[in-house]
Design a protein around this ligand. Structure first.
Ligand SMILES: [Zn+2]
Length: 175
């Protein structure tokens, strides 16, 4: 059952209950109770919206966050490498002292190395996943092949598919 269906049913139930409860009451009472119902429903929907992402699509969300993190890391790596290039250019143009260059260069290279390590760690399980997938596909292919392996007819020895019920040559029933 979809959540909105639940709310519609709950709303109908409430409306019915209210109709029975306040028969013979004034118009103001009906309006107040209706308002209360509507507010309760809205609060319920708001709570549902807030809570639903926490319980469902958890994996998808983490994948997206992972992708974003990865893109951010790639971007930062590119920026760092460009800064190193600019730094080297500045030194070549004698805009920068040797000491400043050394200090900044060491810092930037350490940062680039750290980023590359993080990116490598992220891709670390990709080959594993691919190997796993290949293994599964290989297994599937194997089992498929085995179902189509040939089996000799007991009467005329004609090879038949293992899932065949009758021999394709003589019509003998295959057990
Ligand atoms: Zn046969």
């Amino acid at each position: 059952m979809q959540p909105w269906q639940f709310f519609v049913l709950a709303g109908l139930g409430c409306a019915t209950a209210v109709t029975f409860l306040i028969r013979g009451q004034g118009v103001m009472a009906v309006l107040l109770v209706s308002l209360l119902m509507a507010t309760t429903t809205l609060v319920g929907i708001a709570a549902l919206r807030a809570l639903r992402p926490l319980v469902s699509d958890h994996e998808d969300r983490s994948t997206v966050i992972g992708e974003r993190t990865r893109a951010a890391l790639e971007q930062e790596k590119a920026n760092t490498l460009r800064t190193i290039k600019e730094l080297e250019f500045d030194r070549a143009m004698a805009k920068m002292s040797e000491a400043d260059f050394n200090e900044m260069s060491v810092r930037l290279r350490a940062r680039a190395a750290r980023l590359m390590k993080q990116l490598d760690a992220g891709t670390g399980y990709r080959p594993k996943i691919e190997a796993d997938l290949l293994k599964r596909l290989g297994n599937a292919g194997e089992s498929k092949a085995s179902t189509h392996a040939e089996r000799a007819c007991p009467k005329c020895s004609t090879p038949n598919d293992t899932d065949a019920r009758f021999c394709k040559n003589c019509g003998e029933r295959l057990s």
